[in-house]
Design a protein around this ligand. Structure first.
Ligand code: NI
Length: 173
């Protein structure tokens, strides 16, 4: 296990559609372990493989335990391969930052309820219902797997602003 360097914001890997995971062997397990280590070391609540330069459809998410405990199942570690949003409901604006765009935050409209299907690290099918901030983080990370960034959804330039890196830590995805 290791903390891997984050790619630079200008790296084209962040704008590429990531490949579906087809092999659930040792190299995937090692990638997942490194992604969890990197997410925690960077103080993020989510990380997608392209953010460390790996163009594979893998995401990890773990919210702090004290955040929206009841609805968001905070503290649970989610690891998902080949995720697909199969249902979405509601819309709400909320603040997001991104480990790939340090120093900025923005206000982004997102669905408030999602059902996501995908595969766990063993390749077995899983279905996750996510609400509120957890749903936001899933949408943000799934965007990364399709070459998207949160800034693509910001409706007005006034809704992106510079922050001190420390300020965005809690919302960094
Ligand atoms: Ni991000």
């Amino acid at each position: 296990m290791a903390v891997r360097p984050l790619v630079q914001a200008s790296d084209p890997v962040l704008r590429r559609r990531a490949q579906r995971v087809t092999s659930f062997g040792a190299s995937l397990q090692s990638l997942i372990a490194d992604m969890i280590d990197t997410m925690r070391a960077e103080g993020g609540v989510g990380l997608a493989a392209p953010q460390i330069g790996i163009s594979q459809q893998v995401l990890v998410i773990q919210l702090p335990e004290d955040e929206g405990e009841e609805e968001a199942k905070s503290g649970t570690l989610y690891v998902l391969c080949n995720p697909k949003i199969v249902r979405r409901r509601g819309q709400e604006e909320g603040v997001e930052g991104c480990l790939s765009l340090p120093g900025f935050a923005g206000e982004v409209p997102r669905a408030t309820m999602l059902i996501v299907k995908g595969q766990n690290p063993q390749g077995e099918p899983v279905r996750i219902k996510a609400q509120d901030f957890l749903a936001r983080v899933f949408q943000h990370e799934i965007d990364h797997l399709h070459g998207g960034l949160y800034i693509d959804h910001v409706e007005d330039p006034d809704k992106i602003w510079a922050v001190e890196p420390a300020e965005v830590d809690e919302e960094a995805l």
